[in-house]
Design a binder for this molecule. Structure first.
Ligand code: NI
Length: 177
């Protein structure tokens, strides 16, 4: 487990870019290309508190998807592909240069989702371990190949026969611009 954020992103919520308001998604993506330059994709893994097997549910999936969808606008952290396993989650994400530190962002979505997941599952927080593991993809690494391997998690765990049969996985944003 690794708490460091490798210094990615700005230390504060300071925004250095003028961002266009509204507009259709394709143009919005184009406008953002510049702000992603030099920020690689990060592979992030984090576990549930005491490795409780509670995440593999459509309720958790819905809650986390909603939070991660808002992250692009609210936190300048763009989540790409993800998979929920019963007691941990793997995701790929990419920060804009204006993004807050990874540690702050992860703490934010864990805090928000913890309350909501605890409520729908009628259990108590904490839902998450505070620690997480992060690793930046090297430029030589291929995101789709890496995802293809990660996507097999549920198959390797013996939960499904093929990756496509595991419903708690998907894509929030396209991270390749
Ligand atoms: Ni795993």
């Amino acid at each position: 487990m690794n708490k460091s954020d490798h210094g990615v992103g700005a230390p504060s919520r300071r925004r250095t870019l003028v961002r266009p308001e509204g507009g259709p998604a394709p143009f919005r993506h184009l406008a953002h290309v510049q702000s992603f330059r030099d920020n690689p994709i990060v592979f992030l893994t984090t576990c549930t508190y005491q490795r409780r097997k509670i995440l593999a549910s459509s309720k958790c999936d819905k809650i986390l998807r909603e939070i991660w969808q808002r992250s692009a606008d609210h936190d300048d952290w763009w989540v790409g592909n993800y998979i929920l396993m019963p007691d941990h989650v793997h995701l790929f994400a990419r920060p804009e240069i204006s993004a807050q530190r990874m540690a702050e962002w992860v703490q934010m979505w864990k805090s928000v989702s913890s309350r909501r997941i605890a409520a729908v599952l009628s259990t108590k927080p904490s839902i998450w371990q505070p620690e997480y593991f992060d690793r930046y993809l090297r430029s030589s690494e291929n995101y789709s190949e890496k995802w293809h391997y990660v996507e097999q998690n549920a198959v390797r765990a013996g939960l499904v026969e093929i990756a496509e049969a595991w419903p708690y996985r998907g894509t929030i944003n396209n991270l390749m611009f």
